[in-house]
Design a binder for this molecule. Structure first.
Ligand code: DX5
Ligand code: ZN
Length: 219
């Protein structure tokens, strides 16, 4: 499967978001990752649909929206209308996850399910027929710039074998602490889609170098 780099704008400089997204595009990132946090599901508070709409005007790259919110079902329509390409939701604290995933697809958007480091693979299994991607968090969600949790590598391998059995077309995305030092371990465990914020936007030389350091490790 083609390897995807999804640049998380959580570490972008919002004073010049357009330049930063254009630089990502020029550097060859495949998707733009938008981290939506509501101050409840996670402590941090970040972006809403109007940021997605702004990104949609800046780039034609797919907008990979990661909803770390309570009651995501209430936001699906607004995010779809704003131009989201992928909507990934969490099953934790979310009793309506099945209906919400169906709703995302019914709206013509790509559905994904994301699991926190402490959430077992068991939770994902019954949801696989409803999704096009599974996101395995490699940090506890909430902030960029956190340290990668190597304890999640085995879970990535387990999700990968499950995907191979059920539907090999499903993407396996990893998110949190992905950098040139950690990307090989998740690649080897079966990940094919790599989210990165700080390793791209905080690279000391610049976005293009940050992206190429990740890309060259994907072979
Ligand atoms: C964490 C977010 C991530 C985060 C990644 O809650 O879901 O997408 O922005 O940031 P880095 O790559 O810096 O760990
Ligand atoms: Zn994310």
């Amino acid at each position: 499967m083609r390897k995807i780099i999804s640049a998380s704008i959580l570490s972008a400089d919002f004073a010049c978001l357009q330049e930063q997204i254009n630089a990502c595009e020029k550097a060859g990132v495949d998707w733009i990752h938008v981290d939506v946090m509501d101050g409840h599901f996670v402590p941090n508070l970040t972006m809403g649909p109007f940021i997605v709409a702004a990104c949609r005007r800046i780039t034609n790259l797919p907008l990979d929206c990661h909803l770390m919110v309570e009651k995501p079902e209430q936001l699906v329509e607004a995010f779809v209308k704003a131009g989201s390409s992928i909507l990934t939701i969490h099953p934790e604290n979310n009793p309506t996850v099945v209906d919400t995933l169906k709703k995302i697809r019914d709206f013509g958007c790509t559905p994904g399910v994301a699991i926190n480091p402490a959430t077992p693979v068991l939770i994902v299994e019954p949801l696989l027929p409803l999704v096009d991607q599974v996101l395995v968090m490699t940090v506890n969600p909430g902030y960029s710039g956190q340290k990668f949790m190597p304890s999640v590598i085995q879970k990535i391998a387990d999700v990968s074998s499950l995907i191979q059995k059920v539907n090999p077309a499903i993407r396996l995305e990893v998110d949190g602490g992905i950098n040139p030092q950690t990307i090989t371990s998740v690649l080897n465990a079966g990940a094919d889609t790599f989210v990165s914020a700080s390793a791209i936007f905080n690279d000391p030389v610049g976005i293009a170098v940050g992206v190429s350091k990740l890309r060259e490790r994907l072979g």
